[in-house]
Design a protein around this ligand. Structure first.
Ligand code: PRT
Ligand code: MG
Length: 216
């Protein structure tokens, strides 16, 4: 049995065509089904539906053989026990520093001010500000980071930005780019060796189906 861990939403949606290319078709839609284990047309392949940030944990412990996770999630997880053979180039976005429109971020940095930064991505944020020599107090949040500067919880946030629509709607502006994000295939290291015969055709198909192999 091969178990694939995916999160609902953009990762599921953008992985679906890759699975189909590999001849794997889920028997149910996780957006409408309440089931957490979803079968496929292949008796030896099933999907499990988990939170995006939990995908590496299921794969690390072998509860799933492979999965799809964003670079943001993998950086925070650490990647122990995971083999990352492919950047799937899906669910792309950017990890950015953002502040309230009108907040003088550059000035605060130049003055050496201590900044309060709210984020879900504390490891990435710590590393970024340490490399710049900026002193920060990190405030851990689990979602809706955009709210923090609006109500005085933080001076800045570190969050993912894709269209920029959420920042704009909340009168925030991006002031620094930390890194580009896309989702990667992650494979349990033991499964990679022991289930190679089952995994190889899937990995090969995914590699061939990735966007940059088919420039438009
Ligand atoms: O949503 P939930 O709390 O369940 O979990 P999650 O946010 O971890 O999962 P999900 O499914 O939203 O995101 C899964 C992965 O998609 C992330 O780990 C990223 O690698 C990737 N991704 C790509 C994004 C975005 N684009 C994105 N725009 N993840 C989140 N966002 C959010 C962002 O945090 C912000 O709140 O969308 C908002 C900004 O979007 P724009 O288009 O308004 O800029
Ligand atoms: Mg989300």
């Amino acid at each position: 049995m091969l178990t694939i861990a995916l999160s609902k939403g953009r990762i599921f949606d953008e992985t679906l065509p890759l699975l189909e290319a590999a001849g794997i078709v889920p028997t149910e839609n996780p957006e409408t089904s309440r089931k957490l284990i979803i079968g496929t047309n292949l008796p030896g392949v099933r999907l499990i539906i988990v939170r995006a940030s939990d995908v590496p944990t299921y794969v690390q412990h072998g509860a799933a053989d492979l999965g799809v996770a964003g670079k943001d999630v993998l950086r925070e997880h650490g990647g122990a026990n995971l083999y990352q053979p492919l950047d799937l180039e899906i669910a792309k976005c950017r990890l950015m520093v953002a502040v309230r429109a009108g907040f003088d971020y550059e000035g605060a940095v130049k003055r050496g001010a201590r900044l309060r930064v709210a984020t879900k991505y504390t490891d990435s944020a710590r590393e970024h500000f340490a490399a710049k020599g900026v002193h920060v107090d990190l405030i851990k949040l689990y979602g809706s980071m955009e709210l923090a500067p609006l109500v005085g919880l933080a001076d800045a946030i570190v969050d993912l930005v894709s269209t920029g629509g959420t920042l704009k709607a909340n009168n925030l502006v991006a002031v620094e780019h930390i890194y580009d994000v896309s989702s990667r295939l992650v494979v349990n290291q033991a499964a990679y060796k022991l289930k190679r015969a089952q995994l190889k055709p899937i990995l090969d198909t995914f590699a061939n189906a990735i966007q940059h192999h088919h420039p438009v």
